[in-house]
Design a protein around this ligand. Structure first.
Ligand code: PEP
Ligand code: MG
Length: 560
């Protein structure tokens, strides 16, 4: 039996199987490597390798689409486009003309693009992984090395990687992969979101993950965030029994969200566009609590047309004729730069810079076009459209946003509470708006001064920090309805605590809904309140978790 390894559990469930690592890293070709003196032949070889990579990515994209994964296809097709980028080909040719060998020329030409992307914020930096993946595939071809990527396996396996590239994840067969384990990544990383969407248990930010050797049998608990190498038969059986109990409890988890004594807590889904509606409905979402509209436009160099926006909003509104849809205006800046909304200049701390509503105030035409498109999209539909601004700091900003909404004919304006100043003075913001929605991801980042993009700070990006709970309380008690739409809402125990603090709705990634629904219905509002009081009385995040659990006996029935 090996020592239990602790990481961050980001997708619940239990998986047991042999470790299969992503094929070893492709080595950097030697810096001094030169070709034999026939640049034309060397160029042909290099460009043929890039074309073969592009064709392979497209073929994988086709397979992903056949399996119903159209997102995966889009990512892979975008990668194929990168592999065929004429500027990149020119860079490779120029290096080869200088005598550099094909593999090294590819490495260096990609390096130029890599630097550009790496410096451009989280979402662009995430493309670096895509770019490295294309580079490594081309170099593997040129050097005759095994292709990096998801291993083939005769039996279902636990996929272990430093981090996962989209080319790998898009073609993963959920029946083959019993769990994901990665050394890097946080709860909002690509791996975490993908795992939750696929319903595969996952643990990220696990120190030592990549030193697990291939074939070692591991027991992964995606709720607890643990990985146990070489578990005993009893341990596997106990974990599976707990997971089975949870699965049957989840099957009974239907209908609107409520506590055991009937206190209604609408359970809503976080979506990034019409493509996420299906999963939201399948998991019983009563509406949308966070529509991240910037996700529609991350890759765009030009602003989206009014018609295009209207259509993307209408499709989501139409899916919830009896529910609400809370749309967030563009949250551009910091980790989500939009090419058509340039930052005003160099920002040493972009998370503290011009982002969210601050950015929109610099581009009022973009804000009013978005609000107008939303008003048109909702016209004639029965869904209740609520619109909120991100990154709001004080009452003056809230008033500005409400005025912009009224001008555009939006009847239900609100603001996100994700800046500690806004949480502390929620009572000043409340008269300006109809509702609040707490973004615990950013609220935690700002309360704990811990950049959410830095994996090594995971312990401080924990919404169980009592200070974060102390900030939720005034927002929830300010007299307007107050939801939570950060990742905290999808943690079944924390969801109960949030309700106990007075939060009126919870919005989360769709696959988290059943477990949260099941946790709520097992507890009374009073139990939630007691759990909340106990958590706030604790001195650390871990103690808060433990203290709350003592008041939430129904969690055990769910194997939590
Ligand atoms: C949040 O900050 O909690 C939130 C929901 O917004 P995002 O994760 O998009 O910043
Ligand atoms: Mg946020």
């Amino acid at each position: 039996m090996g020592e239990v390894m602790q990481g961050a559990g980001v997708s619940p469930g239990v998986g047991f199987g042999p470790v299969r690592g992503i094929a070893g890293a492709v080595p950097e070709p030697d810096a001094g490597s030169r070709h034999g003196g026939d640049p034309a032949a060397e160029r042909d070889t290099a460009l043929a390798a890039l074309e073969a990579v592009a064709a392979d990515l497209e073929e994988r994209g086709g397979r992903a689409a056949e399996a119903g994964n159209t997102d995966g296809r889009d990512v892979l097709n975008a990668q194929a486009l990168m592999a065929r980028d004429p500027g990149l080909a020119d860079g490779v040719r120029a290096k080869i003309d200088d005598g550099v060998a094909a593999a090294r020329a590819v490495f260096e030409a990609f390096g130029v693009y890599r630097e550009m992307l790496a410096g451009a914020g989280e979402y662009m930096a995430a493309r670096v992984t895509d770019l490295d993946d294309i580079r490594d595939r081309a170099i593997a071809r040129l050097l005759g090395l095994p292709m990096p990527g998801v291993p083939e396996s005769a039996e279902p396996f636990v996929l272990v990687a430093r981090d996962l590239a989209p080319a790998d994840t898009a073609v993963l067969d959920p029946a083959q992969v019993v769990a994901f384990v990665t050394q890097e990544g946080g709860p909002t990383s690509h791996t975490a979101i993908l795992a939750r969407t696929m319903g595969v248990p996952a643990v990220v930010a696990l120190p030592g993950a990549t030193s697990l050797s291939d074939g070692t049998r591991v027991l992964v608990d995606g709720a607890a965030g643990t990985v146990r190498p070489d578990p005993s038969g009893e341990e596997v059986a106990a974990a599976r029994a707990a997971a089975a109990v949870r699965a049957s409890a989840l099957e009974e988890s239907t209908g609107p969200g409520a506590t055991r004594d009937g206190h209604a807590v609408p359970l809503l889904a976080n979506v990034g566009g019409p493509k996420d509606v299906e999963a939201a409905l399948a998991n019983g979402a009563e509406g949308v609590g966070l529509y991240r509209t910037e996700f529609l436009f991350l890759d765009r160099a030009t602003p989206p047309s009014d018609e295009e926006q209207e259509e993307a909003y209408r499709q989501v509104l139409e899916a919830f004729p009896d529910g609400r849809v809370v749309v967030r205006t563009l949250d551009a800046g910091a980790d989500k730069p939009l090419a058509f909304l340039p930052a005003p200049g160099e920002e040493p701390n972009p998370a503290l810079g011009e982002r969210g509503l601050r950015m929109m105030r610099r581009h009022p035409d973009v804000l009013s076009a978005q609000l107008a498109a939303l008003a048109r999209a909702a016209a004639g539909l029965t869904a209740k459209l609520q619109v909120m601004a991100p990154m709001v700091t004080d009452a003056a900003e809230a008033a500005y946003f409400t005025a912009a909404c009224r001008d555009a004919g939006i009847a239900h304006p609100g603001v996100m509470i994700e800046v500690p100043a806004a949480a502390l003075r929620a009572r000043d913001l409340a008269p300006e708006v109809e509702f609040f929605s707490i973004g615990t991801n950013d609220l935690t980042q700002y309360a704990c001064a811990a950049d959410r993009q830095i994996g090594g700070l995971a312990h401080l990006q924990d919404p169980w920090q009592p200070a974060v709970l102390d900030l939720v309380a005034p927002a929830a008690g300010a007299g307007v309805s107050c939801g939570v739409c950060g990742e905290a809402a999808g943690d079944p125990a924390l969801a109960c605590v949030l309700v106990g603090l007075g939060v009126t709705s919870l919005s989360m990634s769709a696959p988290s809904l059943p477990l949260v629904r099941a946790a709520l219905v097992r507890h009374t509002l009073d139990e939630c309140r007691e759990a909340a009081a106990a958590a706030r009385a604790a001195r650390t995040a871990d103690q808060a978790r433990e203290a709350a659990r003592a008041h939430l006996p129904g969690l055990a029935e769910l194997g939590l």
